[in-house]
Design a protein around this ligand. Structure first.
Ligand SMILES: [Zn+2]
Length: 343
């Protein structure tokens, strides 16, 4: 089974940014959570100092195979992406991590905020660590490619080539991002939840586990004996312009710093942070599961899929879908985790 390549010409993207203050777009005025988020010296979000009330999900099991059984590896899709469609832009910060790898932090624009506006705003708040400015970049990213750089060496002109690493509507990082198997039939990815009851993270984990080729597990509060897991946090970070941020690390080699996700025992610390500011009173209920589904999909290697019209939680920045699309699962299950194993 090979990944079906999409036959469309490479597109030269020119993103026009409209520098407008986030406050102009921000119609929200009442903080939704008393649990306040905090920021580090580089201006990046840290977990809140106090934990929100998780509600009943604190008792949720690790998996729910009855309600969310594993799905077939190939779920035939005949979807042909619209040639004019584009994956939803996002904003990504790349910087050296403290143990010789590279850290990638994805910021998801909040409703009413464009990726360009978010990038311009983050530029005023985010700083490189001392001595690491040359290797720290902040970009507007489309289809996995930086198209406009606001921190770091300017881009000369970017070809966004969509003829790669796709299946139907689905798109992954290219080269692919993946977790190592470490002897297991599938990579085991745990999600240790510290978020408030608003975020339906448990169901998002269970539905991600329907993907053949990667096994997802849920726990609230404590990783226990797990040695690979992604921390999930939520707090009120204010009108940041982002609804969530996802940080994940890569090993570096002569070939670059993109591919295998860095393990926790090597200094990897994958973390998803949800901003409660854009929570319950801000928009419709659907994103309660759609946003967690979206961010978790990034942590197994998926990029925003081809078109925001595809019914997938990773399909764009609307977050109105609670589940991955069949093409996303096929891409992960058959290609990424079905054919690529380490070790
Ligand atoms: Zn995203």
């Amino acid at each position: 089974m090979r990944v079906r390549l999409i036959s469309s010409a490479a597109l030269l993207l020119t993103l026009v940014s409209t520098p407008a203050a986030l406050a102009d777009k921000d119609i929200h005025s009442v903080p939704t959570s008393a649990v306040l988020g905090q920021f580090d010296r580089e201006g990046l979000p840290l977990p809140p100092a106090t934990l929100p009330d998780p509600g009943s999900k604190a008792q949720s099991p690790e998996q729910d195979l009855r309600q969310y059984p594993k799905l077939p590896p190939i779920q035939g899709s005949t979807a042909t992406p619209d040639a004019s469609a584009q994956p939803a832009p996002t904003v990504e910060l790349w910087r050296p991590d403290v143990t010789g790898g590279m850290e990638r932090i994805i910021f998801e624009p909040a409703p009413g905020v464009t990726a360009g506006q978010l990038a311009d705003d983050l530029k005023t708040k985010v700083r490189a660590r001392p001595g690491e400015g040359a290797r720290t970049t902040l970009d507007v990213v489309v289809g996995g490619k930086p198209v406009r750089r606001v921190l770091g060496t300017p881009l000369a002109g970017v070809q966004v080539d969509y003829n790669q690493c796709t299946y139907g509507w689905a798109m992954q990082t290219c080269p692919i991002s993946y977790w190592a198997n470490w002897g297991a039939p599938d990579p085991q990815v745990g999600y240790v939840d510290h978020t408030g009851s608003y975020w339906i993270t448990d169901q998002a984990v269970y539905s991600q586990n329907q993907t053949v080729g990667v096994d997802s597990y849920y726990r609230w509060g404590n990783p226990g004996v797990w040695n690979r897991y992604v921390d999930l946090w939520s707090g009120n970070y204010g009108a940041t312009g982002w609804i969530a941020s996802t940080g994940i690390q890569y090993y570096c080699s002569g070939a670059g710093c993109y591919g295998r996700f860095k393990e926790r025992w090597d200094g990897g610390a994958p973390v998803i942070i949800f901003n409660d500011y854009y929570g319950p009173s801000y928009w419709a209920p659907a994103p309660r599961q759609g946003v967690p589904c979206h961010e978790m999909a990034h942590t197994i290697g998926l990029q925003h899929s081809w078109s925001s019209s595809a019914p997938s939680c990773i399909g764009g920045n609307s977050y109105n879908y609670q589940y991955l699309h069949a093409d996303d699962r096929t891409l992960m299950g058959v290609y990424t985790y079905g054919t690529y194993r380490y070790p």
